[in-house]
Design a protein around this ligand. Structure first.
Ligand code: 2AM
Ligand code: CA
Length: 266
């Protein structure tokens, strides 16, 4: 599998951040028992990882813009290109010592995601994609699952957090989906949920209230694995609405239909 020079830069940046996060994750596991908990430590780990990535990417392409979760956006002199980075997606898992978190790096060109790298440093799983070149898990080509009937599927979702989003609406959506599918999972990392759809581990996934850095890489992974990733209306407004639904052609459609069901009156 041949990677472009650009993708190699992204992979190197992800590995640098991943190494730093792995060291900090080891420490976080030790801090669980302290009363104060590892909160401040994790914020530091997060910011350190973003700095490493930003330095690496800006060194390779100084004119590109940079949108990261942890720092102010840098508007590039090259108006066409922008990095979209989440240095640590799945922060709550990381904080609780659960090995389900990822470094997410995407490259946007004229508003389209053209390259994606997603690394889970705890499992050494590296997901990559370039537009038109397919999606990969390490060296293995990815394809979304083929299941056509919702009743055979395992569907992922993201739950709104304390003080955020509409909890009642989520519970109604979950109830509707739960009545149709074989099982449901909540990984706690939107970027990994999307990568799992690309890898055929999850048959579909939905979440609301997300930011561009949570989903930019995962959207390309799914599309390059032959799947669909859209907003709730089937359009391309995922960054604007913060909402995403995905799956193969059949499951994406069926899941959208279920999510649009009216609220029960009793
Ligand atoms: P994060 O870990 O980078 O914050 C899980 O449902 C998804 O929601 C994760 O991708 C997570 O990204 C994001 N998330 C977690 N806590 C959040 C919060 N308080 N506000 C917004 N997004 C959050
Ligand atoms: Ca995130």
């Amino acid at each position: 599998m041949a990677r472009s020079a650009l993708l190699n830069v992204m992979v190197q940046a992800a590995f640098k951040a991943g190494k730093s996060l792995s060291r900090d994750f080891g420490e976080v596991q030790n801090l669980q028992v302290s009363l104060k908990g590892p909160g401040d430590y994790v914020s530091q780990a997060d910011r350190k990882a973003e700095k490493l990535i930003r330095e690496e990417l800006m060194k390779a392409r100084p004119t590109y813009g940079f949108l990261g979760e942890e720092s102010e956006e840098i508007i590039g002199t090259d108006g066409a290109h922008r990095w979209i980075v989440d240095p640590l997606d799945g922060t709550t898992n990381f904080l609780h010592g659960m090995p389900c978190f990822a470094v997410s790096i995407a490259l946007e060109r004229n508003g389209e995601i053209v390259a994606a790298v997603l690394l889970n440093p705890a499992t050494d799983e590296l997901f990559t994609a370039e537009r038109g070149g397919g999606a990969f898990l390490n060296d293995r080509r990815l394809r979304v699952a083929a299941r056509k009937s919702l009743s055979d599927t395992v569907i992922g979702c993201g739950m709104p957090h304390l003080g955020r989003g509409n909890h009642g609406k989520f519970l109604i959506e979950q109830r509707h989906v739960m009545g149709e599918v074989a099982g449901m999972r909540c990984l706690g990392s939107a970027s990994l949920d999307l990568a799992y759809v690309a890898a055929g581990r999850l048959d579909g996934y939905w979440e609301r209230g997300l930011s561009a850095w949570d989903i930019a890489a995962g959207i390309l992974l799914i599309r390059e694995a032959g799947g669909y990733a859209t907003d709730f209306d089937g359009g391309n407004g995922m960054f604007e609405t913060g909402s995403i639904v995905c799956g193969n052609e059949y499951i994406h459609k069926a899941l959208r239909e279920v999510l649009h069901r009216p609220v029960p009156t009793r």
